[in-house]
Ligand binder design. Structure first.
Ligand code: AMP
Length: 193
């Protein structure tokens, strides 16, 4: 299995690049943000709970997110593997992902981290907010809070995976195709010869 974590701050291009990676490698896409938004739209209990956090730019609690991910993985058998987009976002989530994959005798293959500077990210998010309908993309304070949460809670995961020799940084500026090419090179470097 090829299990890729696509990592990076809000607005780094994880969703856009995920779509291209899935097409090329036949992976199943798990975007925890998309699953939460689907639940919010359908007004499920999970959606109602998650909305309170998402609208403020806070993380949904680990236990809720981890249960949702375990459930998603158990329902979507794909021998080729998964792309994790927006998950894990805390060390506890990283440990949970290891445990869930271990049950399937699988592991995380690599973490691909998109590196983009913050001013560019704010610009991209405010632009996306004009058309995405996402409340959390429309307010600069919420966006800045998401960066703060990212720095405090999510960025330590880079060490978690670099300690396991799985971290690959990729320059996330330039055209979509240029960035995709860099990502593919990083993935190929992790594939068995
Ligand atoms: P995203 O679509 O990945 O930008 O996620 C949008 C929002 O959903 C985040 O700001 C969080 O509030 C919530 N969210 C998404 N993924 C996670 C996660 N792995 N853990 C906790 N909250 C999450």
């Amino acid at each position: 299995m090829l299990n890729i974590i696509l990592f990076g701050p809000p607005g780094a291009g994880k969703g856009t690049q995920s779509a291209k990676i899935i097409e090329k490698y036949g992976l199943t896409h798990l975007s925890t943000g998309d699953v939460f938004r689907y639940n919010i739209k359908n007004e499920t209990d999970l959606g109602i709970l998650a909305k309170a956090y998402i609208d403020k730019g806070e993380l949904v609690p680990d236990e809720v997110t981890n249960n949702m991910v375990a459930d998603f993985i158990s329902r979507s058998a794909n021998d080729k593997g998964f792309i994790f987009d927006g998950y894990p976002r805390t060390i506890a989530q990283g440990q949970n992902l290891d445990a869930v994959l271990q049950k399937m005798k699988a592991t995380v293959t690599t973490m691909i981290a998109l590196e983009v500077d913050e001013n560019e990210l704010v610009k991209r998010l405010l632009e996306r907010g004009k058309t995405s309908g996402r409340v959390d993309d429309q307010n600069e304070d919420t966006i800045r809070n998401r960066f703060k949460v990212y720095q405090q809670e999510t960025s330590p995961l880079a060490h978690f995976y670099s300690d396991q020799n799985k971290y690959m940084g990729v320059h996330g500026m330039g055209t979509i195709d240029d960035i995709f090419e860099r990502i593919c090179l990083a993935i190929e470097a992790k594939l068995p010869a």
